[in-house]
Design a protein around this ligand. Structure first.
Ligand SMILES: Nc1ncnc2c1ncn2[C@@H]1O[C@H](COP(=O)(O)OP(=O)(O)OP(=O)(O)O)[C@@H](O)[C@H]1O
Ligand SMILES: [Mg+2]
Length: 402
């Protein structure tokens, strides 16, 4: 056997029936798990090692190795993608030979069909299109052409009532270190529109036959166009150059803050002089869309999605203001974060543990409690507090309380 494995903190998978093609694994190993997934040309299975799930995809020729290497590059560029674990040549003899790609299963991810088929997830549907637009902007900022943007090639994770999109299929991706030309960005959007239109068209057709209502925010024929427009407005917002006149230096901070508000981190700011220095053009370089996520992770160790982190960072800033006010001194942000985590976040999530399931993690539930707190406080005309909001949320939405 030729072993081309590169495995970090993962099992060696040696007990799997590698001598068989993937579509003959059923009944040959107790590790297989049935999970919802998008359409694919290649066979894909999921395996379970002590609760840690992995996806294995069988592909012809050297495609598994190529995709593995691309996924590593995407991960290094901080793109939201499935995490590569390894690849290997298949052990059974075929001409041409085949390879297998192993990726870590993206926990709490939802394939788009599940978003349409399960009641209770309807309110997320309208965010699906914006999430794809956001992922495309991230890819293009990093100089990556996807080449096959589609609903099936994307997985979705809940993020504070919205969705984040993750790239799952990197087979066609290309890295352009000097950035993407407008022609390539245009081609990407064309491919996306064609794929999304076809996929939603098929889904709507099946829905009509099976009697469920796959309502997206827009009709299926307009969904691709909606993503294109959402992409364009985000891209233009990031690329916007503003002119700073003498005495307007505060606008530099203002511009950086507005990009941060959208979740983008700014790595550097270029100033180009105009009119012999009396005015400057501001050109920020935007990197990944993980501004609040990185901030929250370094302050608390909590690994979240961007919108979730933004909500929690707002709470931490509020705690910082309250503590500073109470103690009549300026309280550092990390002190406020520690206080928030121990007196607010952890006691609240203790109430929610029984509600965690394959679609919803603790952090998302916490964000739902924040929304509930806001709603209850509005009704009561005073702040009802986290505990009351959590208990009310559990009472109304938990199916497992007894
Ligand atoms: N790491 C993973 N975590 C969760 N789901 C996954 C993972 N890898 C694959 N899947 C599921 O398997 C499906 C098929 O995977 P993928 O798109 O990579 O296959 P493919 O055969 O290359 O597709 P295509 O026909 O577009 O070439 C995905 O839509 C996704 O639902
Ligand atoms: Mg695919």
């Amino acid at each position: 056997m030729q072993d081309q494995f590169s495995v970090f903190e993962a099992p060696d998978f040696s007990d799997l029936p590698w001598h068989l093609p993937l579509d003959e694994w059923a009944g040959q190993t107790p590790r297989l798990e049935e999970l919802p997934r998008g359409e694919s040309r290649h066979p894909v299975v999921f395996v379970n090692y002590s609760g840690a799930l992995y996806a294995i995809k069988e592909m012809p020729g050297d495609l598994a190795e190529t995709e593995y290497k691309l996924l590593i590059q995407l991960e290094t560029a901080n793109i939201q993608t499935v995490s590569p674990v390894g690849w290997r040549r298949s052990e059974y003899l075929t001409t041409p030979r085949r390879g297998l790609l192993i990726t870590r299963y993206l926990d709490h991810s939802i394939p788009y069909r599940s978003l349409f088929q399960h009641g209770g997830l309807e309110r997320y549907r309208k965010h699906l299109l914006d999430a794809i637009a956001g992922l495309l902007v991230q890819l293009h900022l990093a100089g990556i052409f996807w080449g096959d943007c589609s609903l099936s090639n994307t997985l979705f994770r809940r993020d504070a009532g919205a969705l984040q999109a993750y790239l799952v299929d990197a087979e066609t991706a290309e890295i352009h270190p000097k950035g993407l030309t407008p022609d390539l960005r245009h081609l990407e959007l064309e491919i996306m529109e064609e794929n999304v239109g076809r996929e939603l068209g098929e889904l709507f057709f099946e829905a009509a036959q099976e009697g469920f209502h796959p309502l997206v925010a827009v009709p299926s024929t307009d969904a691709g166009m909606y993503i294109r427009l959402s992409y364009q407005s985000l891209w233009e917002e990031i690329r916007k150059e503003i002119i700073i006149r003498p005495g307007e230096n505060y606008r530099i901070q203002e511009r950086i803050r507005s990009l941060n508000e959208l979740g983008f981190s700014v790595s550097s700011v270029e100033m180009v002089e105009l009119d012999s220095g009396s005015q400057v053009i501001l050109r920020p370089t935007v990197t990944d869309r993980t501004f609040h996520r990185d901030q929250l992770l370094s302050l608390t160790g909590l690994d979240t999605e961007e919108m979730q982190a933004r909500k929690m960072m707002n709470e931490i800033l509020q705690v910082q203001a309250n503590l500073s006010n109470r103690e009549n001194r300026s309280v550092p942000l990390n002190v406020a974060a520690y206080h928030w985590q121990n007196t607010i976040y952890l006691p609240t999530v203790t109430h929610l543990r029984n509600m965690v399931d394959e679609n919803t993690n603790e952090v998302e539930l916490y964000c739902e409690v924040l929304e509930n707190k806001w709603y209850l406080s509005e009704q009561a005309h005073h702040d009802v507090g986290h505990e009351a909001a959590a208990l009310d949320y559990v009472r109304r939405f938990s199916t497992s309380t007894n």
